[in-house]
Design a protein around this ligand. Structure first.
Ligand SMILES: [Fe+2]
Ligand SMILES: [Fe+2]
Length: 659
């Protein structure tokens, strides 16, 4: 039975001489066998004074801001229970208290101090190992590196020469199987490809994965006769290796499911060795000769059974977290791609555009990473930054979904329906003039017959001129409707046409004067270049704002925070002539400048845009080069685009979708 007393002394925090206070408290509590202090003082300061001189044994928990994780000496251990540089969580503090009480108990029943000391040092080391493993595993995002780290740390803890990781998985039929995922042997290069094996008790890993039992085997060549599993020596024989001692632990996740197995082989950590252990035997002792396997390989210390179980659980949780993160990322990426695909399917002309722009951007980033000279020698894109750029590129034109598709598909100055309508009106106009002429002839003939007039007042010449003029108007309108720049001045031509039309009043059946070319048609036919009028151009340009508004609503993780801005600025030009803000030079993020080149190149080489014919890659590069010379696009980036032949990576057919 242990009686304890809580003595809260917040005034200790204020004292200049904490050690003096410790002695005073020890004196006050002379009747206590052990004292446990929790203090905020620096350990170095406490260490200077001889606290061991006290009759009652002092145990001190110190929260030291300067404490580093370097191993404590035996002397420190005798005095210290715990030293931390971070605030203690409630459960950590409970753990320390439990540890303190078990120490009190050991002291009370009179266990030898050395034995205790070894145990305490082991506990401390195990605890530190577990904490550092937890941190290391939680930081690792790459799944392959994660497995390597798990194995490396497991080997380091146990002094194992080799190790393997097996993961439980389901095959296409929904049956569970075991995948040999990764292995490493320190003493020998033994390359083993990933393979799958049945999940049953016949193999050691399978047995552990199914039963959840930890196996600590002294010699895998001499297994107990009743063991359901056996050891396959073929790899040993192939590589002149000798597998001997083995520790196999299940990896359990947070819901106690076994998701894999860690198998460690040939411990070299001989705790009975005269010169002690270094803690790094796994990577210091090489097993080369057959004698080495006899003399240097030892059984795995039994304490590693529970420690490795704890490590394996941490590993399992890290693997599952990693899987979940990747699954969420993959699902999100697929969702983004499916959405972009759906939008691009609306318009065959732009099908695959965003995917190609994303691919070009990614290639440019990788090319910049290779640059060791010039303006990009210090620019390096991390994998996350490349992913950020890819997402921005995939979504850069997403805002087009808010814009009337007809505007995008407008290949000529008049929409097809409007053009058709105008042609009908002109045909009507032509027939109207023809009919007028016929009527005039008829009336005149009638008058001649009625009044026996013999003089014929011909008007055919004038009619003929009018009809020719209407034919010419029709021709001119067809020419004006083309988006290409012609020798015709659209404004002057349309004025001339209107003048001609006004000379001949065309009437409908009610006798109202018909407007052959309405205001909208006049406006569109007066477009100087391309097929869009100012409002339509502005509407199309607004896609970047729509993109920004849409993309900003996505709760991106912090590492992708630049996506909305990059996507927003992909139509800005270095000389300030771009949109939506007319930004200049460095005001435009590098990624947006990269995207501008990818975007223009793909738009130029697109084979079937309604408003222009596809141009060859040589011509596209020439145009881009001229844009760079004119200070519109980034010349250095264009040089990278050409130097690394990035345009060659984009296979147009592989991004073409059937709707
Ligand atoms: Fe765009
Ligand atoms: Fe685009």
């Amino acid at each position: 039975m242990i009686n304890f007393r809580v003595n809260e002394r917040s005034d200790l925090l204020l004292t200049d001489d904490p050690v003096k206070e410790f002695h005073a408290i020890a004196k006050e509590n002379e009747d206590c066998n052990f004292l446990l202090f929790v203090t905020f003082h620096e350990y170095g300061e406490i260490k200077k004074c001889d606290l061991k001189g006290e009759k009652n044994f002092l145990l001190v928990v110190i929260l030291d801001p300067n404490y580093s994780s370097s191993r404590l000496s035996d002397e420190d251990i005798r005095m210290l229970i715990e030293c931390r540089n971070t605030p203690l969580e409630k459960d950590e503090f409970e753990f320390i208290l439990k540890k303190s009480f078990s120490y009190f108990e050991l002291q009370r029943v009179g266990k030898k101090n050395d034995e205790y000391l070894i145990k305490l040092m082991d506990m401390r080391r195990d605890q530190e190992d577990l904490i550092s493993i937890g941190k290391a595993l939680s930081l690792e995002k790459d799944p392959d590196k994660l497995l390597r780290t798990i194995l490396l740390l497991s080997k380091k803890i146990t002094g194992a020469d080799a190790g393997s990781i097996y993961l439980v998985e389901e095959n296409d039929e929904g049956e569970k199987q075991l995948r040999f995922k990764y292995s490493h042997t320190f003493s020998k290069e033994i390359p083993i490809e990933e393979f799958v094996m049945p999940l049953n008790e016949k193999s050691i890993a399978g047995y552990v994965a199914l039963t959840g039992q930890v196996l600590n085997l002294r010699d895998v060549y001499n297994l107990p006769p009743d063991a359901p599993f056996s050891f396959n020596k073929s790899i040993d024989l192939q590589h002149q290796y000798r597998s001997k001692t083995m520790l196999v632990v299940p990896m359990r996740n947070h819901i106690d499911e076994i998701i894999g197995v860690i198998q460690l082989l040939n411990s070299k950590e001989d705790i009975r060795a005269n010169d002690g252990i270094s803690g790094n035997e796994a990577f210091e002792i090489r097993l080369t000769s057959p004698e080495d396997f006899e003399t240097k390989v030892v059984p795995f210390d039994s304490r590693y059974e529970s420690l490795m179980e704890a490590v394996a659980s941490q590993a399992a949780i890290a693997i599952e977290n990693n899987r979940m993160i990747r699954q969420i990322e993959t699902q999100f990426e697929e969702f983004v791609k499916a959405s972009v695909h759906a939008i691009e399917s609306r318009d065959k002309a732009t099908s695959g555009h965003s995917f190609r722009v994303a691919e070009i951007c990614k290639r440019m980033a990788l090319a910049i990473n290779e640059e060791n000279d010039g303006v990009f020698k210090e620019v390096r894109f991390s994998n996350i930054e490349i992913k950020e750029l890819e997402y921005a590129a995939l979504l850069h034109d997403f805002g087009k979904v808010y814009i009337d598709l007809a505007v995008f598909m407008k290949g000529k100055k008049l929409y097809p329906k409007d053009f058709e309508n105008l042609m009908l009106k002109i045909n009507y106009f032509y027939r109207f003039v023809e009919l007028q002429a016929l009527l005039q002839n008829y009336n005149q003939t009638k008058r001649i017959l009625d009044s026996e007039e013999i003089e014929y007042k011909g008007c055919n010449l004038d009619i003929e001129r009018k009809l020719q003029s209407i034919k010419k108007i029709k021709e001119l309108i067809c020419q004006l409707n083309e988006p290409t720049v012609t020798e015709l001045n659209p404004t002057d031509t349309i004025q001339m046409i209107l003048g001609e039309i006004n000379e001949i009043l065309c009437k409908d059946i009610e006798g109202n004067v018909m407007e052959i070319i309405d205001e909208m048609a006049r406006k569109n036919l007066s477009i100087q270049k391309g097929s869009l009028n100012d409002e339509e151009r502005k509407e199309i340009e607004s896609h970047v704002i729509h993109t920004y508004n849409f993309v900003s609503k996505i709760p991106w993780p912090p590492e992708y925070r630049n996506i909305p801005e990059i996507a927003l600025k992909h139509h800005e030009k270095l000389d300030g002539s771009g949109y939506p803000y007319g930004l200049k030079g460095e005001e435009i993020p590098l990624q947006a400048r990269m995207m501008a080149i990818a975007d223009i190149y793909d738009a130029l080489t697109a084979s079937d845009r309604p408003y222009k014919k596809a141009i060859s890659k040589e011509t596209a590069l020439k145009i881009l080069g001229e844009e760079a010379e004119r200070g519109k696009i980034d010349k250095h980036l264009f040089d990278i685009f050409v130097k690394h032949r990035i345009y060659e990576f984009v296979d147009r057919d592989s991004y073409r979708f059937s709707s």
